[in-house]
Design a protein around this ligand. Structure first.
Ligand code: ADP
Length: 264
């Protein structure tokens, strides 16, 4: 009888130049993950942390637009890349290396190689935390991070409707199975406050909070649908950086405080 080969042992390499590495993930696309990742990063910055933001969404990078970067990262030795600095954050994204409208028509192995380059060949310097904006789903990028990169925790962002929550449950189980600690869940687009002062729960009520309870994960907070969050994203000035006293920035700050505590 032929013997089954032993499972491959992966080495988890830390990202150099940072104390902590945090994944911001969503199982489904379009739930506001990148917007939350970037605003959370600047909320952590306002708590005194030196931040780096790595956009790991190779197929649909959004960091260059979210922080309005137009320059390409430089390389002094032709091998390692120097992250681009914006708003006192060090930033890296595949979107900085290719033209804005160039589609990335890549198979899995090329994505894995790009992720390895962005985690091992970027000269992050003197950072407290690197926030990684993950692509949606449970594919090659997630697996590469879970198996080959030393991460300190993951945050899952979702909207509260059933269709998104189904994917969230898959996302939670993926991180649990691969041994990545989930620091908590965030409910984005939780409600919309109308001119009449009422909260409209457009995508249903408390779905993310209930899912957190069901899987015994921490619930980190609700974020409303707010036009200022959308417009600040479109103009490349994250709300938590440009208007830290905004009511929505304060909600991000509360979430950032919980994350800071759970990392220490
Ligand atoms: P994802 O990364 O999950 O694909 P994005 O962060 O790109 O989602 O967000 C999708 C769109 O929704 C963007 O136009 C963004 O500005 C907007 N958006 C995200 N969260 C909110 C929110 N809480 N309120 C208003 N607009 C939001």
């Amino acid at each position: 009888m032929s013997k089954k080969p032993p499972p491959k042992q992966f080495v988890k390499n830390p990202i150099q130049g940072t104390k902590f590495t945090l994944l911001v993930s969503s199982a489904k696309g379009g739930v506001g993950k990148s917007t939350v990742a970037v605003n959370l990063a600047f909320a952590l910055q306002s708590l005194g942390l030196k931040i780096g933001i790595l956009d790991a969404d190779v197929y649909g990078p959004s960091l260059p637009k979210l922080v309005n970067i137009n320059e390409k990262p430089k390389s002094e030795d032709g091998k390692a890349l120097v992250p681009v600095e914006k708003y006192d954050a060090q930033c890296m994204s595949m979107g900085l290396l290719v033209d804005e409208q160039t589609p990335m028509i890549w198979r899995g192995p090329m994505v894995i190689s790009a992720i390895k380059t962005m985690t091992q060949k970027v000269l992050w310097k003197d950072r407290d935390i690197i926030i990684i904006d993950m692509p949606p789903g449970t594919g090659d990028t997630q697996l590469t991070f879970a198996q080959e990169v030393k991460v300190d925790g993951a945050i899952i962002v979702s909207t509260p409707q059933d269709l998104a929550l189904l994917d969230v449950k898959r996302g939670i189980q993926m991180f649990d199975k691969t041994g990545v600690r989930i620091l908590g869940l965030i409910d984005n687009m939780s409600f919309f406050k109308g001119d009449d002062g009422k909260d409209y729960k457009i995508f249903g009520e408390s779905g993310v909070e209930k899912t957190a309870k069901e899987f015994k994960k921490e619930f980190l907070g609700h974020l409303p649908i707010h036009q200022d969050l959308r417009s600040s994203a479109d103009t490349g000035k994250p709300l938590t950086y440009s208007d830290p006293d905004h009511e929505v920035s304060k909600l991000f700050l509360n979430i950032a405080k919980k994350i800071k505590i759970s990392l220490n």
